[in-house]
Design a protein. Structure first.
Length: 204
């Protein structure tokens, strides 16, 4: 299956996603990216444009990437859930479960070496934890042999604008420097890629 074929399949909403918008926001970026950034679900701007992270939070994400010399076009950006929940609420556990197969297939096709989770929903999914992002961010975790690095969601940074030492923006700046350090040291991708998620199980 190619990414284009997967996108066509992902547009077929299962009943569990019936409450969500009809506009698919599949993902975009380098299909050979070392790093995949995963948020929770599209917002209003993303729903309208069909692209992930294009609203205010997305514009801040671009600045966060640029602050350490990472071009948006060099990474792959998507969300766990591909359709906008009403009122921009967090996706429900059943909606995450119904969307899981798409993100798994994206990972298999793109073969990222690092998965950067933005906020609680994707972080809790990949780490199989109920701990909040303040406890998990800025630390390296393993998921089926892939590196996972949680960060604050850019929407959270918009609500906490202080750049003082210890503030979320200051913390994220340091987290990004650590992410860039690891990305720069990664070896070339292996030609073969095996991802066995049979035992992933449900988080909730």
């Amino acid at each position: 299956m190619t990414l284009a074929e997967l996108e066509r399949e992902a547009a077929k909403k299962p009943p569990a996603l019936s409450d969500l918008s009809n506009n698919l926001v599949f993902g975009e970026g380098d299909p050979e990216a070392q790093a995949m950034f995963v948020g929770e679900a599209p917002g209003e701007d993303e729903d309208l444009e069909g692209r992930p992270f294009v609203g205010r939070a997305g514009q801040l994400l671009d600045k966060v990437l640029a602050s350490v010399g990472i071009e948006r076009s060099s990474v792959y950006i998507t969300n766990i859930v591909k359709f906008r929940p009403p009122g921009n609420r967090n996706p429900r556990p059943d909606e995450v479960a119904a969307s899981e197969w798409v993100i798994i297939e994206q990972i298999k096709l793109i073969r990222p070496q690092v998965i950067v989770t933005l906020g609680n929903v994707p972080t809790q999914y990949f780490l199989r934890t109920t701990e909040g992002i303040t406890r998990t961010r800025g630390k390296w975790h393993d998921w089926h042999g892939l590196k996972v690095f949680p960060l604050f969601h850019p929407a959270y940074l918009l609500r906490n604008a202080s750049r003082e030492r210890g503030a979320p923006k200051w913390v994220t700046w340091n987290d990004m420097k650590e992410l860039k350090r690891v990305l720069d040291a990664l070896p070339p991708k292996e030609p073969a890629f095996n991802l066995d998620t049979a035992e992933q199980g449900g988080l909730f």
